[in-house]
Write a protein that binds this ligand. Structure first.
Ligand code: HEC
Length: 166
């Protein structure tokens, strides 16, 4: 299903209390930062949403690193990613790219190629849904393959739509 909500500003429904406890090297851009008070709240919301996606993906990879993965934990994390992935396109109202001077890694290409951006988000929705099914099957090798497929959707979108700060 195509979503057509890319330019719709979602109403903030309560704080996404995500502390990114194990967020690792999550993005901290220090270039072109606008004063925090001028920054639309939606930018923080989408970053929190991505941090949640990043944390949940780490849970999945961490389970695979151990010898005996907890498939229920993998399924739960994939479900979290799936729900968050469905909200990605709601978080990108016009004029909130890095070119607008905000502390964000959202490239203007998101708004130049909205259909491709929506497809990139949908790819993660689909890959995470598949992971939910595969995890329930309890096959380590199959889960490992699906982790790669999911990671590919992160990379594909980041390569085209996220500022590379490295
Ligand atoms: C549809 C595109 C898209 C997909 C798919 C996607 N990302 Fe991102 N991600 C972005 C964009 C754009 C940003 C920058 C957001 C900003 O700074 O406003 C970002 C930022 C992030 C951040 C930094 C959040 C912060 O603290 O600012 C993390 C972590 C992240 N993504 C992880 C992931 C992981 C892991 C996946 C796959 C499981 C993934 N992303 C899939 C587009 C995507």
């Amino acid at each position: 299903m195509k979503q057509s909500t890319i330019f719709r500003v979602s109403i903030a429904t309560g704080a996404l209390a995500i502390l990114a406890a194990c967020g690792g090297d999550v993005a901290e851009t220090d270039e072109g930062a606008a004063a925090a008070s001028d920054e639309p709240a939606i930018i923080g919301e989408r970053q929190s949403n991505f941090e949640g996606i990043g944390d949940a993906f780490k849970v999945i990879r961490g389970q695979l690193e151990g010898g005996a993965p907890d498939f229920a934990a993998i399924e739960g994390a994939a479900t979290d990613i799936n729900e968050r992935a469905q909200r990605i396109t709601e978080h990108f109202p016009a004029d909130t790219s890095v070119d607008d001077g905000y502390d964000t890694e959202a490239l203007a290409t998101i708004w130049e190629k909205p259909a491709e951006f929506e497809k990139a988000a949908q790819d993660l929705v689909d890959a995470s849904a598949e992971m939910i099914t595969i995890a329930a099957g309890g096959d380590v090798a199959a889960v490992g393959e699906q982790v790669k497929a999911m990671g590919g959707t992160c990379k594909a979108c980041h390569d085209e739509f996220r500022l590379d700060t490295d």
